[in-house]
Design a protein around this ligand. Structure first.
Ligand SMILES: NC(=O)c1ccc[n+]([C@@H]2O[C@H](COP(=O)([O-])OP(=O)(O)OC[C@H]3O[C@@H](n4cnc5c(N)ncnc54)[C@H](O)[C@@H]3O)[C@@H](O)[C@H]2O)c1
Length: 264
């Protein structure tokens, strides 16, 4: 590997599992200094530290302004700057609104949307000072489209998409790019606890799978690849984008013609 992020200091939230962990692992292999934050520890984080000796990990909640400030302050004290932010901390939740508890609605907005806002708020001043940086948020295809029972989650992810576009507008002329990755359904612990769970109807799981035009669910490493692109100089003219990395999930509606034509 070319280590194309050599020395880039990266702050990754939700770094203990799934997409955040895959981003941390990829960035570390590319030579970045990776510092993670998560509410849980991760045995796999050791691999990140093995590939990037300067890696660090903070136990903390993205909803906690003081915890995020402390993590960012520690990174700045040790490494002097933050070049890249990846906000992958997130939770699921939802249902038809008449069945949604206010408390659960609030929990999901707080983690997915307010947590993302706080990460960017902490990191932005240093980037503004240095007139450089890449802000990478993680929303979802469900931030681009409605979904049956999506309510809470989709609203939070739609908010992340719009927040990211606004940051691209506010900071573009300072040399700071802001882009949002919108994953399809990705095989992570979060996915396995819901769609991949045995109690989830197999027929619905299959319908969701086939909505991905490639006919399969995604892998966390495939999202990390997009994050790598958005962090690297290869995306130097890309900002304000909500990028589906979704095997074609939002490309259009499947109506059965593919099956009729034998294109399966
Ligand atoms: N897996 C998918 O199919 C999928 C699809 C689209 C978008 N996403 C989004 O990708 C992101 C990562 O999801 P994942 O599938 O890797 O899930 P995951 O559960 O494997 O990882 C999420 C991580 O976020 C951490 N986290 C949760 N709440 C936190 C908090 N309050 N503070 C700090 N850390 C917290 C968890 O501890 C966990 O380590 C989420 O924002 C999710 O909504 C996932």
């Amino acid at each position: 590997m070319d280590r194309r992020l050599e020395g880039k200091v990266t702050y990754v939230t939700g770094a203990a599992s799934g997409i955040g962990l895959a981003c941390a692992q990829r960035f570390a292999r590319e030579g970045a200094v990776v510092v993670g934050l998560d509410v849980q520890e991760s045995a796999e984080w050791k691999q990140v530290e093995e590939s990037a000796p300067a890696a660090g990990f903070h136990l903390g909640d993205v909803r906690d302004e003081a915890a995020q400030q402390a993590a960012v302050d520690a990174i700045l004290a040790e490494h002097g700057q933050i070049d890249v932010l990846v906000t992958a901390a997130g939770v699921t939740g939802g249902g038809p609104v008449h069945l949604v508890d206010l408390e659960d609605w609030q929990r999901v907005q707080d983690i997915n949307l307010t947590g993302t806002f706080l990460s960017a708020k902490m990191v932005a001043p240093g980037m503004i000072e240095r007139r450089s940086g890449s802000l990478i948020t993680v929303a979802s295809v469900e931030g681009l489209e409605g979904a049956e029972g999506g309510s809470t989650y989709n609203a939070s992810k739609g908010g992340v998409v719009q927040l990211t576009r606004c940051m691209a507008m506010d900071y573009g002329r300072l040399g700071i790019r802001a882009n949002c990755i919108c994953p399809g359904f990705i095989d992570t612990p979060l996915f396995r606890s819901v769609i991949g769970n045995e109690s989830f109807p197999a027929e619905s799981r299959d319908r969701i799978r086939l909505q991905h035009k490639l006919g399969r669910f995604g892998l966390p490493e495939e999202i990390a690849g997009a994050a790598f692109f958005l962090a690297s100089e290869d995306s130097s003219f890309v900002t304000g984008v909500a990028l589906p990395v979704d095997g074609g999930f939002v490309a259009g509606h499947s109506v059965g013609v593919v099956e009729m034509m034998g294109l399966t």
